[in-house]
Design a binder for this molecule. Sequence first.
Ligand code: ZN
Ligand code: ZN
Length: 710
Amino acid sequence: MLEIRREKLRANGRSPHFRAALARLRTETAEAARIGEVDFAGARGQWTHLYHCHADGAALRFDWEQPGCHVCPLCGTVYAGEPFDGCWISIAHNRIAKAVYHAALLHAIEPDEALATTAKRYMLEYAEHYSDYAVHGEIPYNGPGKLFAQTLDEAHWMLDLAAGYSLLSGELAEEENSRIRAGLLAPCAEFLIAHKEMQIHNHAVLITSAIGALGILLGDDAVASAGLDGEYGLRDQIARGILGDGFWYEGSFTYHFYALRALLSFSLLAEGTAWDVRNSAQLKAMFDFPLRVVLPGGRLPALNDSGPSELLVAYASLYEAGLDFYGDTRHRLLLQEAYYGQEAGRAACNEEGCVTFQARDSLEALLYGGELPDTEAETGSVLQAWTERSFTSAESGLTKLVRPAGWHALLKHGPFGGEHDHLDRLGLQLGYEGRPVLTDPGTTAYGVPAHYGWFKHTLAHNAPSVGGFDQPPRDGRLAQAHDRAWGTWAESAVDWTEYGYRMQSSIFLPEELCPWDERPYAGVTFRRIVALADDLALDVVLAEALEAREFCLAQHIAGEWEVPCDAWLPNYHAFGAIDGRWLSAHRGRMSGPRETLRAKLRAGGRMRLDGWCSVPSSMSLADTPDNPPTASRATLIRSTQAVRTAMFVHAYRFEDEQAEPAASAPKEGLDVSPTEDGGWRIELRTGGGARRFRLHWHDTSAEFGMTDDL
Ligand SMILES: [Zn+2]
Ligand SMILES: [Zn+2]
């Protein structure tokens, strides 16, 4: 670690501006004192994704005192035996590595021999036993581990130990240093090199970061080069894994920041050496991208395998490093917003508990933090201004449309993201004044049945499909995006006329985790236009195939349907290969040419949905899993008969919850009719007048616009 970094750590640790960060470091270091009797000899960790309640998906409670007893904090179920005991071992050793790192940091700020001795003792324990740990783990998509069940976890643990060791090694006796290097660092490097992933992937970023860090600590350029250089080395991960606009290709903010965190862990040891990666323009772009996609309400969208939508300020601590590296004003503004602005004090909760963001209390603040004046003038509305700016990028394949104080939309038309993709090209999310309306819940822990059973499938998304079958991997395409006086709109497309996708030669997909079937999609094309006017969101989907197909369009609302029960009959229609148990209260009926449905939104207010389909279709309603899976979304699936072309048009309007939904005047509603020149006229009549749009599907991009506003 650079001397100037250590100096900054010591100076920040003594500065009153970082009192909260020092206090938190002290608290976290105290965790080390709670570490009880842990077996280092013969330790064999299990995959911690299995450390979840089977009933509700909650993470089980880890207790240092109870290595054989694992309690669900939600329902109280007690789990024992394997795999839970093995998961406990993994969590324990993770915490020990963190304790070593935290103790080393605190010792650097306020020297304390007892802390240094504890950290040293753990490293020497590992040095004594590491070579004897048995290679094990048969986790899908993952190489094995020695202490852990997968290579990834081994790399995580080692990155913490490596940072701790780099701070402490100068104080260890020569003989102790040799034991740790020969018994722990070198054999771990050898193991990780042997299990490098031959693909571009977030795991590979972690593993090559750990190898690179070990090479630097060992002063062994061959080891560092095994981490950094060549095909699938860390530099290749940066070059091919980060898309042109800075989004990590797996298309999930969870993995975006996960990869970024690993790069920062590596950078902490690499800065100032020949292996420094900070001058990469793509690393800088990784910091910048989320600032452009943040949605009204300050949230980053849930996409692919990610947790539920999170606040951007939840990641503020990483921007301490961004600001230190690049001096970008936007990073400073985000930090000021997080610590002093309107976002300060807001809480985000997950299964581990709630975090608020007002405190500048992170390790990153201690390591990278600089002066950050609390200037009212510069904070407050900064984040809001970012959230209200539309954004479109063909590279990440995300288009954000925003009408301030009205609708916002997020349209997904990006490259296939590999293992963590949700097969939802042309997926749509909608919100109104920051409230979620059409949502993507991300997913839950991978050991919970709803993950592989529901969340990862096309049908779980607001996306078109053939019969509810999963979309085979393809890259989406942005056709166009425009701002007009009446509103903003974008068109995207995806097709299965040719085989192949951007990342095909860079990733590895085991057959058992490829749920799609190419056949239903052969020759299919989907196009989607989303338009936002002030009080209206208009969604048009065109589905075409060379041979007749049953097309489906699913819509999942964060709320409840308000529909009379008597018109709907129990429905057993099967969608693709989806298990019917995920569609509860499944009911359906034939659809009229025009339909109006209402839903009460969970976040307040009511949504009116006017729908139209160009061919005879049926409608299914169901309650389907939200995230966490104990909650549900209100799902509508429109399905056509087997046809070669179908067009779905939906108009969304927000209604005040207080106002009783007036029985629509007979003339209110949505009308779609063909025009003489082969196009379409879309008319939405409301109490306040009528809005007319014209649409003409040309070969590669459509002609679309509002014709008048009466
Ligand atoms: Zn439970
Ligand atoms: Zn999803």
